[in-house]
Ligand binder design. Structure first.
Ligand code: ADP
Length: 186
């Protein structure tokens, strides 16, 4: 039985991720999505939220499950008894990254193979960063994410905007260095 681990940040899951997951699920007996807990990136969704959104997005895949993990990807693969790590490749930058990490991983865990799937042309430009940026500017992201993810993004962006306004309203008034010079309050 071949079990594969597809690790990533998934902040949030978009159609490029789903495409890779569907294709990997068709190749391997079991696919486990590994959501990085505390990756070195500034994130919009916390780990529980990212796990819940991946689960929703991939609910249609019978042989797919989702876990979160900390630490090395190869350690996670060993823990869940996966023989393969799956990654997606959009471009040369992705390739260079995967090539280097792949060799380091092989040094640490020669028993675990890397399988890189090339992005479908429809999603080659797509990243979670683009999705978040466009959603933050009220752009249409319906071609890039499932409706549930678009809704979660809308809600989070609205919440962030409200928090920002609250923060501005409750921030202590700063004392201007020019006080008494340019105003009449001196
Ligand atoms: P990471 O922080 O590990 O890059 P991401 O969530 O950004 O996590 O991506 C997870 C995996 O999915 C990576 O292998 C990435 O290259 C791949 N991926 C991301 N976007 C796409 C896409 N549009 N098409 C194919 N693969 C993708």
């Amino acid at each position: 039985m071949m079990r594969a681990l597809y690790p990533g940040t998934f902040d949030p899951t978009h159609n490029g991720h789903i495409d890779i997951a569907q294709r990997a699920a068709a190749i391997f007996d079991e696919l486990v999505i590994g959501v990085y807990d505390a990756p070195p990136k500034k994130l919009l969704f916390n780990t529980e939220e990212r796990v819940a959104l991946v689960r929703k997005a991939l609910a249609h895949l019978q042989n797919c499950s989702v876990v979160s993990f900390q630490g090395l990807t190869v350690e996670c693969a060993r823990r869940i008894h996966a023989q393969i790590v799956v990654r997606g490749l959009r471009n040369v930058a992705d390739f260079e990254f995967e090539y280097q990490i792949g060799l380091a991983n092989r040094q640490m865990a020669p028993d675990i193979e890397l399988c890189c799937l090339i992005s479908s042309t429809d999603y080659i430009y797509l990243s979670s960063t683009i999705v978040k940026e466009v959603a933050g500017l009220d752009g249409d992201i319906s071609a890039w994410v499932q409706p549930a993810i678009a809704e979660a993004l809308r809600a989070r962006m609205a919440q962030d905007r409200a928090n920002k306004v609250d923060g501005l309203l409750s921030a202590p008034k700063t004392v201007s260095k020019t006080r008494g010079k340019l105003t009449h309050h001196g």
